[in-house]
Design a protein around this ligand. Structure first.
Ligand SMILES: C[S@@+](CC[C@H](N)C(=O)[O-])C[C@H]1O[C@@H](n2cnc3c(N)ncnc32)[C@H](O)[C@@H]1O
Length: 214
């Protein structure tokens, strides 16, 4: 695999893992008070900004989208991989999910009240990040909140199996929060909070809260 066809390879890779990823991820929020708190803060920020539709980007099997709905947020999901969207629609038939890429969001300008992107950024190469955040700014209303989750570090790793030992061919990019914050600020966002989760783990996690400021 080369980085040139990373989008096709990511899509194919997640083809093999949709069901097992769902099995592993389904209860992840319930068992993690910090992730639950992050979603509650996000839901409060959406409501404080006036409410409205919220896109869960890289929604995977839709469990986070469903959690946002339980928090009173009008959330829908977008994911690159049709198999993930099929699982999401099956598990959450009352919610709206669509296939799409963060690199080319087919949403109207200023059409969403909030954006959540929990960990799809790990599959976006550096040179595509400004495009992704330009799309985020375009589709988000002025003042609307954005929350990102991502792996912290300085390396890019080629994963060849994951989520229950299924074969994958996908790059996983780890970033420093300041790097992600710099991309966001360059795209017209203001950083509100950076959380560093499990800093002593081999791969710490970050949760970054921002809002569209211009
Ligand atoms: C690690 S999973 C996270 C899923 C879910 N957000 C969660 O928190 O469990 C990453 C997800 O991002 C999706 N993804 C990867 N690249 C994407 C892109 N360019 N646009 C939209 N989704 C993407 C993958 O299909 C996968 O479902």
């Amino acid at each position: 695999m080369t980085t040139d066809n990373w989008l096709a390879d990511t899509r194919t890779s997640y083809d093999t893992v949709a069901v097992s990823y769902n099995d592993q991820a389904r209860d992840a929020i319930g068992g993690d008070p910090h992730r639950r708190a992050a979603l509650e803060v996000f839901a409060d920020r959406v409501k404080a900004a006036g409410g409205g539709p919220v896109a869960d980007l890289g929604c995977g099997p839709g469990h986070v989208t469903a959690h946002l709905r339980r928090l009173g947020v009008d959330a829908f999901g977008i994911d690159l991989f049709p198999g993930m969207i099929a699982v999401a629609r099956y598990d959450h038939p009352d919610l709206h999910f669509e296939v799409g890429s963060m690199t080319d969001l087919h949403l109207s300008d200023a059409s969403v009240a909030g954006l959540l992107a929990w960990w799809p950024l790990i599959h976006i190469p550096d040179d595509e990040a400004p495009t992704v955040f330009a799309h985020c700014r375009r589709v988000l209303r002025l003042g609307g909140p954005l929350q990102l989750g991502f792996h912290v570090g300085d390396t890019t790793q080629l994963e060849t199996q994951h989520y229950g030992g299924h074969p994958m061919t996908v790059y996983v990019h780890r970033r420093q929060p300041d790097q992600v914050a710099s991309w966001l600020c360059g795209a017209g966002f203001e950083i509100e909070v950076q959380w560093l989760c499990s800093p002593d783990d081999h791969v710490p996690q970050a949760s970054l809260f921002a809002r569209r400021s211009s």
